[in-house]
Design a protein around this ligand. Sequence first.
Ligand SMILES: C[S@@+](CC[C@H](N)C(=O)[O-])C[C@H]1O[C@@H](n2cnc3c(N)ncnc32)[C@H](O)[C@@H]1O
Ligand SMILES: [Zn+2]
Length: 439
Amino acid sequence: MGEPNWQNRTLFRGDNLKFLRAMNSESVDLIATDPPFNKGRDFHATPDSLAAGARFQDRWSWEKDVHQDWLDQIRDDCPAVWEVIDAANAVYMRPTKKNLSKPRDEVGSDMGAFLCFMAVRLLEMHRVLKPTGSIYLHCDPTASHYLKAIMDAIFGWRQFVNEIVWSYRSGGGSKRHFGKKHDTIFWYSVKHNKHTFNTDEVRIPYDAVIAKKWEHKFNKKGKVSGDVWDISRPANHSNERIGYPTQKPLALYKRILEASSNKGDIVLDPFCGCATTLLAAERLNRQWAGIDIWSKAHEVILERLEQHWLVTLGKTKHSLLDENVHYSTDLPVRTDSGEKAVPFLRVKVRVKEPDGPRWTRAEMYEHLLEQHGPKCQGCNRVFDDPRYLELDHNTPRSDGGLNHVSNRILLCGPCNRLKSNTFTLSGLRRQNQKRGYMK
Ligand SMILES: C[S@@+](CC[C@H](N)C(=O)[O-])C[C@H]1O[C@@H](n2cnc3c(N)ncnc32)[C@H](O)[C@@H]1O
Ligand SMILES: [Zn+2]
């Protein structure tokens, strides 16, 4: 397993994708994170609060936010994720004249854009987690149904452990529908049944009457908690509340860390906001790193940690912070083998991609069309419309095949499905011959 290539108590500032990509594989025990939810609006901090001025954007657009390299990575490294995003695009597409006149697979949606943003980051989170690790992904009903499908695709549906309902009392009353008073937290392990679960750390007391009656039978620490957690949001006037928009209760993240990590373990929150996860980690003697794009988050985090140390240790203002908290806008340097593929696609024989700029899928497609014409390389059928041809790998990725154009082929849909991850091109052509599909 990898060592982390960053120091304990590091705050990274910037886009988490680039930091995640620069982190060593298999170096983190637990990720507990609360990303944007795709609420279609911006969040602002309470004026006059510690976090005053903080804001973050939670609206997404296919045209503005989706990068070509994200689409390439998703399609190459985890095609099942692309299927989920494609499904979301079909459902959320705006039926404008312009959209309806385009081929279906060229029309995106706001939901699709948000999911692309999440998918590339979740692929990296999966890579940096140890095989014994876990991830808790906090979302709400806006996108949780698609995120669960994406998690199934990336972590594997067998690794799904719990859907935790965080139930709160505040907010969300309406005369048109029931109050919206819960968030959803998905817990996935990396390897089936290899995750940490400290049952005794997260027991909750029995109901007093029952406990008295059955005293001799019950575990003194209480019962194992169910998957619906009643925890109130930090009240507006409470000490805990610092005004950061979307701040989550410390008790919620403490429970997650107590359940799924041990003292000394390494906890990462790539969307750390005002650092609820990091503070929970500090209190429970875990090592931690957090990433957030916004500088205000970092001021607030430092302020919060300072308060924590002042109260618990009586240390003076800057001494502990300066000595112990590392602040960085520079990328960490990979000290592992630099393996880029997500672990489940890790190659049997590792081959290095040739140097030089990476081609986009569109460029490879054009190149192959020029080389072979609009012909399926699996069955020799010629198409009058190149859209019938799909870009695929010759040697499958799972067998060490490169993303590079030298390992790319154009196949018609039926050939692509027949080939799947089982054959190379010559194997596919043999199959076609045998089955009489060759043109
Ligand atoms: C829902 S908030 C997290 C709140 C946190 N759980 C807390 O209790 O304070 C999401 C955070 O993700 C950050 N964020 C959004 N996109 C990001 C990106 N690409 N890279 C790093 N941080 C990002 C936002 O600045 C925001 O602070
Ligand atoms: Zn074909």
